[in-house]
Design a protein around this ligand. Structure first.
Ligand code: GAR
Length: 189
């Protein structure tokens, strides 16, 4: 059984799509969800799906190896970031290099980097009058939004789109492609 740990800070709709996609499988499962926010919507979603979700505090994240130890104890094969808004600790990147992936809601390198997350990205895309946006799934290294790209999928940006309209279209791409990319990485490893 290959085991996934999801890191999420927000609503958790991607985490939910991932859990549902692998539900009932004997070869791949979402083992645990980790969050830096106790009030993140992801906790409620995971409770409803019967998946353990854990909040860690800044002290545990920055000044200890508690999370890395937990990942190792749980025999995690792949770390999947899904709307996770903290920087991954160097010790975790070192241990899991090539086994941490992220999803970004634009076609990188456009509209990525520090401060570019969630609705800020969709607003920037619309402000730049882009006609196309989409998602980027990439490996995580120490550069924010800078690791090797695994795949990108695009959608149209309509002239009348609000950031919320675009977010909805991009989310649909995320829910479809992210679980399939995770699956393909795990089946090859
Ligand atoms: C997703 O759209 C994800 O691509 C984005 O946050 C959203 C989380 O939604 N991630 C970033 O912007 C990272 N830079 P969710 O909590 O409902 O899955």
């Amino acid at each position: 059984m290959k085991k996934i740990a999801i890191f999420a800070s927000g609503n958790g709709s991607n985490a939910e799509a991932l859990v549902k996609y692998f539900d009932g499988r004997e070869d791949i499962k979402v083992e645990i969800v980790l969050s830096n926010r106790s009030n993140a919507g992801v906790h409620e979603k995971m409770a409803a799906l019967g998946v353990a979700s854990v909040t860690f505090n800044k002290e545990q994240w920055v000044n200890s190896n508690a999370i890395l130890t937990l990942l190792k104890e749980k025999l995690i094969d792949l770390i999947v970031l899904a709307g996770f808004l903290a920087i991954i600790q160097p010790a975790i990147i070192k241990e899991y290099l090539g086994r941490i992936i992220n999803i970004h809601p634009s076609l990188l390198p456009r509209h990525g980097g520090p401060g570019m997350w969630g609705m800020h990205v969709h607003k920037a895309v619309i402000d730049a009058q882009e006609t196309e946006s989409g998602i980027t799934i990439h490996y995580v290294d120490e550069a924010v939004d800078g690791g090797a790209i695994i795949s990108q999928h695009s959608c149209e940006v309509m002239a009348t789109d609000t950031p919320e309209d675009l977010a909805e279209r991009v989310h649909e791409l995320e829910y479809y492609h992210y679980p399939r990319v995770v699956e393909s990485i795990l089946l090859q490893s």
